[in-house]
Design a protein around this ligand. Structure first.
Ligand SMILES: Nc1ncnc2c1ncn2[C@@H]1O[C@H](COP(=O)(O)OP(=O)(O)OP(=O)(O)O)[C@@H](O)[C@H]1O
Ligand SMILES: [Mg+2]
Length: 234
């Protein structure tokens, strides 16, 4: 049995008095890719933000490699090896591609990723390295956001809406590159709107509905009908 790298136990998350997650227990094992699916507002981003230290008010446990990371700051969590490619990329718009990548590299962890290995993976970024990131296409911005996360040499990488808003050809290329991004020994959590893609890419899937886990299981074993029911609540 592989080691558990990340686990939440009955996680609750709040924005002020509004509760966005209810008793969410999710496990991620070493080398595993899990997908989180669910309708708009289901709580997918809130979950991703909770485990990366970006939600102020959470209850119950978040453990990373057997130790609690609850209450740690985002930069402390990143130092431990959890990196996120956030929804909407969240690059620094006026900074160049290279400056954005270097910001990811400020989390000094050992590993294969540095500027030249990121540029080898995404040659487009090399060509655009001195251009402000807001002048890049959506696909290039997503590559820059992935590159920035990789620059911290994470053990766990989280993708919030990995393909949303991108052209089909770009989506294809990002998925083709995923095995190089999620290297041996790494684990990943992918939030993906396209359910077929989510099932194809992941070992296991969790479906959130209104802040609660409505369904989870092995991606290959869940039926369409079970998923539709968990997704839409009908
Ligand atoms: N900053 C915020 N302040 C208050 N409520 C928020 C905030 N961000 C999200 N919410 C609410 O929390 C709930 C979960 O939102 P979240 O963004 O996690 O959903 P999601 O599954 O990522 O949705 P989407 O598919 O639209 O990205 C929603 O009801 C949303 O309106
Ligand atoms: Mg979201």
């Amino acid at each position: 049995m592989p080691n558990k790298v990340l686990e939440t136990k009955n996680l609750n998350a709040y924005y002020g008095d509004f509760q966005a997650l209810f008793e969410v227990s999710i496990d991620l094992f070493e080398g595993e890719i899990i997908a989180i699916i669910g309708a708009n507002g289901a709580g997918k981003s809130t979950f991703m933000r909770s485990v990366t230290g970006l939600i102020d008010r959470i209850d119950n446990e978040i453990n990373y490699k057997g130790l609690s990371i609850k209450g740690l700051r985002a930069d402390e969590i990143a130092k431990k090896g959890l990196a996120m490619v956030p929804e909407g990329r969240k690059l620094f718009p006026s900074l160049s591609v290279e400056e954005n990548l270097l910001i990811g590299g400020q989390i000094k962890r050992l590993g294969p990723w540095k500027l030249n290995t990121v540029y080898e993976l995404f040659p487009d970024l090399y060509d655009k390295r001195n251009i402000p990131s807001n002048l890049l296409s959506g696909g290039q911005q997503q590559m820059a956001a992935i590159g920035r996360a990789l620059m911290s040499n994470p053990d766990v990488i989280l993708f919030d809406e990995i393909s949303l808003g991108l052209a089909p050809i770009i989506i294809k290329s990002i998925y083709q590159n995923l095995p190089k991004v999620i290297q041996k020994g790494m684990s990943a959590i992918i939030v993906e709107q396209d359910i077929s893609k989510a099932l194809e890419i992941s070992d296991r899937v969790y479906c959130l509905q209104e802040g609660r886990i409505a369904l989870f299981g092995e991606s290959k074993q869940l039926t369409r009908q079970e998923i539709s029911k968990a997704y839409f609540g009908i």
